[in-house]
Design a protein around this ligand. Structure first.
Ligand SMILES: [Zn+2]
Length: 311
């Protein structure tokens, strides 16, 4: 069972990085700059890269980050491989999931012009799905700002959904977004502090932020005990972020507005019973205790939050 679950979190392949692919070790946590960090796992040997747990903000991050060129090379191969690119059985399920929990927090949508930022949103499958659902719920128009390495875009559904492709997050104005999505992307960013702060400050008062990240370090410890191999998928994933991190995140970032974590749970099961029965069953079973013992139980594979900028 465990083996199946571990596999389901692997959407990228690990590669071994050589000395020239790596930046120098950093002593500071890339989220909060604390130096109170403890090694909890080895990501690769020779040269050694460890996973360091920050005792201040509870993020776990790689002790050495890949150089930008090394990452660029890695992702250029990643996007060649269509099989690897699909991380969800149905992007539409993900869109429904986000709308289900974000919609009640978003206020009156009637005839509203909704602005949505999808950071790391690939071809826009999820954000276009969200836009369609918001239109069904009464929104007048949805503008999607889609930021990603991947520049392909799915067909949108006519005049009421407009997609733009800002080249950089700096182009997003403060307090301009009703909904900001960062689904399975923060774990890929070596220096995520400014990005995360920017995503939150781009929310209008009353706007909602959704993030989902892998949280696999407790699973990797279990795999070690069971003498089973575990692939953290470094350097694709350079952070591991669970309940403790996300419940505290608004306190460690340079934010001016007031932000509330309104929902914090194990992440949505990414596969469906129809397409991957055993894997899906194992994921549900493993995640279940995480809804109750949020910060103490760790075998959830991933965590997600809905955070609102106080109106
Ligand atoms: Zn930290």
């Amino acid at each position: 069972m465990t083996e199946i679950k571990l596999q389901s979190t692997l959407f990228h392949r690990s590669v071994h990085l050589s000395e020239q692919d790596l930046l120098a070790p950093s002593i500071c946590c890339p989220f909060c700059a604390s130096i109170e960090r403890t090694p909890i796992a080895v990501l690769q040997k020779e040269p050694e890269v460890a996973l360091l747990y920050c005792r201040t903000c509870h993020a776990a991050s790689a002790s050495r980050m890949p150089k930008p060129e090394a990452l660029e090379k890695y992702y250029s191969h990643y996007y060649d491989d269509k099989e690897e690119k699909i991380t969800l059985d149905t992007p539409d399920r993900m869109a429904s999931h986000i709308v289900r929990y974000a919609r009640p927090l978003m206020g009156d949508l009637a005839e509203q012009h909704v602005c949505l930022l999808d950071y790391g949103g690939g071809d826009g499958s999820i954000s276009i799905g969200i836009a369609r659902k918001l239109l069904d719920l009464g929104a007048g128009k949805v503008d999607i700002a889609l930021l990603d390495y991947d520049r392909s875009t799915k067909e949108s559904s006519g005049q009421r959904i407009q997609i733009s492709r800002p080249a950089d997050i700096a182009q997003i104005a403060e307090q301009s977004m009703d909904l900001v999505i960062a689904s399975a992307v923060i774990e890929h960013i070596p220096e995520p502090r400014d990005v995360l702060a920017k995503l939150l400050t781009s929310l209008k008062p009353g706007g909602v932020f959704y993030a989902r990240t892998p949280y696999v370090s407790p699973l990797s410890r279990l795999a070690k005990v069971a003498n089973s191999s575990f692939d953290f998928t470094y350097p694709a994933h350079v952070h591991d972020l669970g309940a403790r991190f996300w419940n505290n995140v608004v306190n460690i970032l340079p934010l001016t507005g007031e932000y509330q974590v309104l929902r914090s749970t194990p992440s949505i099961v990414e596969t469906t019973f129809r397409q991957h029965f055993l894997r899906t069953l194992a994921a549900h079973v493993l995640k279940m205790p995480g809804y109750v013992f949020k910060e103490t139980y760790g075998l959830v594979g991933g965590w997600e939050v809905f955070i609102r900028c106080r109106p």
